[in-house]
Design a protein around this ligand. Structure first.
Ligand code: ADP
Length: 586
């Protein structure tokens, strides 16, 4: 179980194998080229001290160093390109995988998961995995190859000197480990406070109209300033950790240098080693600082990446609550018969009988019929509609379409034959055209315009300078509530489906526009099974049947005339709205 999450990135490694191999080989070449420089210096210094060198030879050695420098630069470019590139591919793949999976999860998952957390998985966790792979491979290779080889060359020069020079090494390794952990924590806090800050600012701007209307600018400024101060404090904390880390590392590497300078110098004086060896030894020691730090860093890097990988895997293993049965039926041509058989639904759990949003509903609609749903807010109208495209599954009872339990149908086919206009229309930040078409690339303009006309939207759109290309802004901010509702309606009308579900389609338009929209819906309802929830009762008069929902239960049922005769909730509300509308008209 423990290492299972590694299987998540294995395919990427296999796919990137040639790149990774190329990168690691280049990295090892760089390491050995770096190790060659002290050898050249040794030669030059030894010949210099024996006065055996001429200008031409000096030129030659300088030229070697230059060549080595160029080659190191070239191969560094290559490993960076391939190794960091490979880690970026993994990042991309994992993020796409995560997004695709989140998209198939059911609405219930998002009811209990915060968007901010999902964003953190898609950014921070994926970044940690990328770092663990990219820099992890680099640090590991350097620690092993450069570290071992440098120590090897040093041992070759002088064993005793090497052992003494390495005395401070554990402090560097464990210091790097200690500090990289603290840096990670501090960095995490910086990121968290930064996302708080952006979220605070984003929310304040989203609600700028409310803030102004309530004259809360000063209050909000202070609240945002508090979040901002925390962000700065976290950054200073991080700066302190980094500030302590580098001098500490420098101290221990200078300690090694001091040991070598004193003891190595003595050995040179006593001819145990040559002056060239002495200088080369110091160069190796310099080369060794990074691999020692890498050794401490890499374990932390990998632990962090593994933890992130586990978190991502947990999401990827979350099965959607609502998914196709293995033997799901294909239903490309639904007629549109809808049957609720004693259907109950609870947002919490199937067992919690007290808080059913929908309770013991029985409905039968033959294809082409229209059902109206009325009832006070919170009575379960939206919930009832959302059960039909299986946004949520019924907790008890059965919901049948064309006499088949919807749990046995292919979800994709079921949903593609339902046009659904939700109560709060959601618009994406593109143009009006994009929002009506919603990726329906097969549709032409005349089709779109007739849908817009039917939704009483076309005339409004032609008044905009850019017409259908008008960019609606974030969540359709430049449109009024009623205009958004009509865009959502046009979007649904584009889909020629046997089932049409409308959740309060005229809640935000004036009576006149509402009447026009209802005319369209009436025309469309002919030949489709239509369910309309509406608090404006006159909009439902034409329905074949109307039900009144109260606390999730049907309390009244019948056509308009029957319900008026019943003189219950429907009749009273209808008369009240009639008076209101007359008053408005006056
Ligand atoms: P209506 O459409 O008639 O206003 P709803 O179907 O929206 O009523 O709500 C019915 C009940 O279900 C209400 O008590 C509401 O609080 C609850 N409810 C609605 N959506 C959710 C949800 N996503 N999670 C939990 N409870 C919900």
């Amino acid at each position: 179980m423990k290492n299972k999450s590694l299987s998540l990135i294995k395919p990427y490694f296999l796919e990137q194998r040639p790149r990774i191999l190329f990168g690691v080989v280049s990295l090892i070449i760089v390491d050995f080229l770096q190790l060659a420089i002290p050898r050249v210096i040794k030669q030059a210094v030894d010949e210099l001290t024996l006065f055996r060198i001429d200008a031409a030879a000096l030129w030659r050695y300088s030229f070697y160093i230059l060549l080595l420098g160029i080659a190191i630069g070239g191969f560094r470019y290559v490993w960076r390109y391939y190794l960091i590139g490979a880690s970026r591919r993994v990042e991309e793949g994992l993020r796409n995988q995560l997004f695709s999976h989140l998209q198939i999860l059911s609405p219930a998952y998002f009811d209990r998961t915060q968007t901010g957390d999902l964003m953190a998985h898609a950014t921070n966790d994926v970044m940690h995995i990328r770092m663990a792979i990219g820099m992890g491979m680099v640090a590991l290779t350097d620690a092993l190859v450069l570290g071992t080889a440098a120590i090897g060359f040093m041992l070759y020069i002088n064993v005793e000197l090497t052992l003494l020079a390495l005395l401070p090494a554990p402090f560097i390794v464990f210091g790097a480990r200690f500090f990289s952990k603290r840096m990670h924590t501090a960095y995490g806090n910086v990121q968290a406070s930064f996302s708080d800050l952006t979220e605070a600012v984003r929310e304040r701007f989203a609600g700028i109209r409310i803030i102004k209307a309530h004259h809360r600018e000063a209050f909000e400024r202070e609240r945002t300033a508090t979040v901002s101060r925390r962000y700065i404090a976290e950054n200073i904390q991080l700066a302190k950790v980094i500030g302590a880390f580098f001098p500490m590392m420098l101290f221990f590497s200078n300690l090694s240098l001091a040991i070598v300078l004193y003891l190595g110098g003595r050995q040179t004086i006593f001819f145990t080693i040559t002056p060239g060896d002495f200088v080369a030894f110091i160069s190796y020691l310099n080369l060794l600082t990074w691999p020692m730090m890498a050794m401490g860093w890499v374990t932390n890097l990998i632990q962090r990446g593994k933890a992130s990988l586990d978190r991502i895997q947990k999401i990827l293993l979350t099965a959607p609550l609502i998914a196709d049965a293995p033997d799901a039926l294909s239903v490309p041509d639904l007629a549109g018969k809808i049957t609720f058989q004693n259907v109950s639904f609870s947002y919490r759990s199937a067992e919690a009988t007290q808080d059913h949003a929908i309770d013991g509903i029985d409905i039968q609609l033959v294809p082409g019929q229209t059902l109206g749903i009325v009832g006070p807010p919170g009575s379960g109208k939206s919930t009832l509609l959302s059960l039909i495209p299986r946004l949520y599954d019924v907790s008890k009872g059965r919901l049948l379409i064309d006499d088949k339990d919807i749990k046995t149908l292919k979800i994709r086919e079921l949903r593609s034959q339902i046009a659904f206009v939700p109560q709060e229309p959601f618009l994406f930040a593109g143009s009006i055209r994009d929002n009506i078409l919603m990726g329906n690339s097969g549709a032409d303009d005349s089709h779109m315009i007739s849908a817009a006309e039917a939704a009483a939207l076309h005339r409004t759109v032609t008044k905009f300078t850019d017409g259908y290309d008008t960019i609606v802004g974030e969540r359709g901010v430049i449109l009024s509530g009623g205009q958004k509702q009509r865009v959502a309606l046009a979007r649904a009308l584009m889909k020629d489906t046997p089932i049409l579900l409308l959740d309060d389609p005229v809640s935000q338009v004036d009576t006149e526009t509402g009447t026009a929209i209802i005319q369209t819906i009436r025309a469309m309802a002919a030949g489709r099974t239509t369910i309309i929830a509406s608090h404006r009762l006159s909009a439902l008069r034409f329905a074949n049947r109307i039900i009144v929902l109260e606390n999730g239960r049907i309390t009244e049922s019948g056509d308009h005339e029957a319900l008026m005769a019943l003189n219950g909730y429907y009749a009273k509300t209808y008369r009240m709205q009639e008076i209101e509308e007359t008053l408005h008209a006056d």
